[in-house]
Ligand binder design. Sequence first.
Ligand SMILES: [Zn+2]
Length: 460
Amino acid sequence: MSESTFVGMQVGGISFIDEGIEETLDIFVELAGVNAIFISALSWARGNAGRSGSGDYPDHGGQEPDNLQGGAFFPPNPQYYHGTSIKDFTAPDPLYEGWDILGDVIPAARARGMEVFPYYCETAHINPKPLWQPGFAQVLEIDPWGRKASRPCLYNPDYRNWWFGVIDNWLNEYDLNGMLWGIEREDPLSSMIVSDEVPTCFCVHCRSEAHRRNIDAGRAAEGYRKISDYLKSVRAGYQPRDGKLITFLRHLFEYPEVSQWQKLWWDGHKDLYREISGLVRYFGDDYQVGFGIWQMINTFNPLLRAAHDPAEYKLYADWLKPVFYNAPGGARFAKFVTNLCQTILGDASPAEWTPILYKILGLDEAPFEDLPPAGFSPQYVADFTRRYVEACGPQVAVYPGIGLGVETVARDISPADCEAMVEASFEGGAEGVMISRNYSELTLPNLAAVGTALRRLGKI
Ligand SMILES: [Zn+2]
């Protein structure tokens, strides 16, 4: 990293196609002093690539849906994919035809002194399908009933090797500074508790890992099935004699293999993070590896927070982009608490649980009923940035993901909000900021507000 304050910008290829490479980069520099761009070079997610998915277009770029299918926005070179069955994943979208979004943009970014990173974020949404193309059906997770599920298994060697091929392809073929990578997934228990999804994974690779660890896969699968049945009955109105949380814990303690499986699942994720980190650094000491950390993991969900000690990132990250989107945070947290109260926290109401969860999570935000329009405060950004800086600094730099243009039905995001996000980030000890979610969603006055705050702080 250069000595100047890091000002990163996440951008999908569509912005360069719609608005021009030179023109778009000039706007980044002039309005906000951006000196590092993160190109969504591989994505199936409309939140990370493509035009705004909300139908509410900002004051630049295309003004109609692009109906993104997604995939690689660079031409995958087959010589890097011998170790995997997933070889053909070029985005089929006609808009991208003839474009190599890395090769076409990098020279213009370099000419402006920018650092360039590809970024990948597997988002939490499963519809539209994040992974649609031929080959991915082979690497899907399996649920405890034996059915294929919706996301790739991180113990599947085909999937892992595909990722190593992508990184090999990127870093050998393009003039890059490293990469940003991240997965937004709930663990198997949270999938059931929060999102009413199936727990995973019980594929042959996960069972093999369980065998190696002397974990009884049959008992674990039975435990997840029992807990799933129980949570579904609670959602349907069942009132257990001893309360909803206590009865849940009784199921959990009856099947200690479930807790073992939770760790197995998390270890699969962390192993891949570590391997990716080592692979990026294999290409040279100058390469940087950063990880995006989902707001559910860094703030909302106590189960995910327990499984992710931020200090662990000292082992394998050069920097982190924790997502601290405060403006939509209110609506998102309200939805999260409401979901919990439909299952394990159903013994009290969301309004009753909210102040207690604030205590547990270290938050001090608006009452439940005011949350969607209020959002989370800028103080949240400062406090949680500091939490990460204290956990993993100074070895690992923290660049908070600030949400300038994240779709939210409950609250507009103003330039004043954006200035406050930037100031809060540095108040919390950040060494830079990552302008998020991506350029195609944010307005130019909001981007200019970031520049205003950075100049006022003497950062650019
Ligand atoms: Zn598996």
